[in-house]
Design a protein around this ligand. Structure first.
Ligand SMILES: [Mg+2]
Length: 398
C-alpha cells in the first residue's frame, strides 16, 4: 500500500518537521460576575460577587490552535513559566512537556501547569480530528453526576439542615442520584452533624450522600464527631474533614479505624507522587485527581492508573470539559462532581461557551448524567470576545 504525501495534515509551505512546533501561547486572566454567592462561597440569594479564571490558547507553526479555560487565576505566573518552558516544542510531545513543566515548577505547587497540558490535548485533538476521549481510548458518553453544594450560611440559601434536605430533594427531582453537602464554615460541627443525619432520613437510600468539610473543622475530635454522624446516615464518603489541610496521613489512617464511612482526601495533595504517598500510607479510601490542579489530563490519567493498579477508585474534583473526557476514559471512577450549586443558582462556572456545553445545575439529564462533549479536542467552542473583553491580565509568549 502506498501513502500519498497529500494525505499528511501539514500546511504545504512549512517543512513537515517544523509544522507542529509550538509557536505562540496566549494566557489571560478574566473576570465574570456571580449572583447568588456571597464571600467564602456561601449560597446567598441576590448577592453579587466576582470570580476570575485563566484562559489559554496554544498555536503551532501550521496554524492549529488548542485552547482551555479553567485553573486558578492566582496560578497565572506558574502557567506563564510553563508556557515559556514549552515554546518551540513539538505540540504532540506531551510527556516531554510534562517532565519539563515538573522540573520548571519543582519549587511550586504546580497548580499552573494544568491549563497548559489541557490546551495541548485540545490542540492534538483539533489537529488529528479526534476527541480527547478518543485519544485516551475512552468510550463513555454520559457521566453520572452528583450535585455538590455551596457552603451553608445564616440566612437565605442553605441556612439550616432543613434547607440542605429540601435542596437535596430538589436535586433528586432534577435527576441527580448523588448529593454532596459542603457545610458551614465557622468551624462548628453541630449544624453539620444535624444536616448529615437529616439528609440520611430524607433522601438516604435514594441518593448517594457525601460530606465535604473542606478542612473547616478545627480538631480531630470534631472530624470524628461528624464522621460518626456520616456512619449513622450511611454516607458514601467523608471528604477533607478538618484543618490539617487534608494532608496528615497518620491522622486519617486513625480516623479510618474509628469510623465506617470511606474517606476521600487528596484535593490538596498535588500530583502523582504525593497522591501515591498519601494513599500508600492508608490516608484515604478514594483517590482524588483534578486536571486543573494535577498537571492536566496527562497528570490525572497517571493518578487514575496508579489507583487502578491498587484496585482503588479515583474521583475527579470539580466539573469541566477536561474532567469529562478523563472520566470518559477511566473505568475505576464513580461520579462527576457538578459543583458548586445551591438553591440560589449562583453560577460557579464562567459563561465562556459558544456551544451547548454547560455545568449548570438545571442542565442535568433526566438520567442524572452529563454528556461527554463530541468533536475534535475538548469538543467545546470558547467565546474569545468575552474573554478578551473581561481580561485583567494578558501575556503572549512566542
Ligand atoms: Mg472538596
Amino acid at each position: 500500500m502506498t501513502v500519498s504525501a497529500e494525505a499528511k495534515p501539514v500546511a504545504r509551505d512549512i517543512p513537515a518537521a517544523r509544522a507542529t512546533e509550538i509557536s505562540k501561547i496566549d494566557l489571560y486572566i478574566f473576570t465574570y460576575p456571580m449572583i447568588g454567592v456571597g464571600g467564602g462561597g456561601i449560597d446567598m440569594p441576590g448577592v453579587k460577587s466576582e470570580r476570575t479564571r485563566m484562559a489559554v490558547s496554544i498555536e503551532t507553526k501550521d496554524g492549529a490552535i488548542g485552547a482551555y479555560v479553567g485553573g486558578q487565576a492566582n496560578s497565572f505566573a506558574q502557567a506563564s513559566a510553563c508556557a515559556r518552558a514549552i515554546i518551540g516544542m513539538d505540540c504532540f510531545a506531551r510527556e516531554v512537556a510534562y517532565e519539563r513543566i515538573r522540573r520548571q515548577l519543582r519549587k511550586e505547587d504546580r497548580m499552573g501547569a494544568g491549563v497548559i497540558d489541557i490546551a495541548l490535548w485540545d490542540l492534538a485533538g483539533q489537529r488529528l480530528g479526534a476527541s480527547v476521549t478518543q485519544l485516551l481510548g475512552g468510550t463513555r458518553k454520559r457521566l453520572k453526576a452528583y450535585a455538590s453544594t455551596w457552603f451553608g450560611g445564616d440566612d437565605g440559601g442553605l441556612a439550616s439542615p432543613e434547607a440542605y434536605a429540601e435542596f437535596a430533594e430538589e436535586c433528586y427531582d432534577l435527576g441527580y442520584r448523588g448529593f454532596k453537602m459542603h457545610g458551614w464554615t465557622d468551624g462548628g460541627t453541630r449544624r453539620d452533624g444535624d444536616a448529615v443525619r437529616l439528609l440520611g432520613k430524607r433522601v438516604g437510600g435514594r441518593m448517594d450522600l457525601m460530606h465535604d468539610a473542606a478542612c473547616h473543622f478545627r480538631t480531630f475530635a470534631d472530624a470524628l464527631a461528624v464522621g460518626r454522624a456520616c456512619d449513622e446516615a450511611g454516607f458514601y464518603w467523608y471528604e477533607d474533614p478538618y484543618s490539617d489541610g487534608g494532608l496528615a496521613a497518620h491522622a486519617h489512617r486513625r480516623l479510618r479505624e474509628m469510623i465506617k464511612t470511606p474517606l476521600l482526601l487528596g484535593e490538596h495533595v498535588r500530583g502523582l507522587e504525593s497522591m501515591a504517598t498519601l494513599t500508600l500510607a492508608d490516608g484515604t479510601d478514594f483517590v482524588r485527581a483534578d486536571p486543573d490542579f494535577d498537571i492536566g489530563i496527562t497528570g490525572t490519567m497517571k493518578i487514575a492508573h496508579f489507583a487502578e493498579a491498587l484496585g482503588l477508585d479515583v474521583e475527579l474534583h470539580a466539573p469541566g470539559p477536561a474532567h469529562r473526557h478523563c472520566m470518559a476514559a477511566i473505568r475505576n471512577t464513580n461520579y462527576y462532581e457538578l459543583s458548586m450549586v445551591g438553591p440560589s443558582r449562583g453560577n460557579f462556572n464562567a459563561p465562556v461557551y459558544l456551544c451547548d456545553y454547560s455545568d449548570a445545575l438545571d442542565d442535568v439529564g433526566e438520567d442524572g448524567c452529563f454528556p461527554v462533549p463530541e468533536g475534535p479536542g475538548l469538543g467545546v467552542t470558547y467565546d474569545w470576545d468575552y474573554i478578551r473583553k473581561n481580561a485583567v491580565s494578558h501575556v503572549c509568549i512566542q
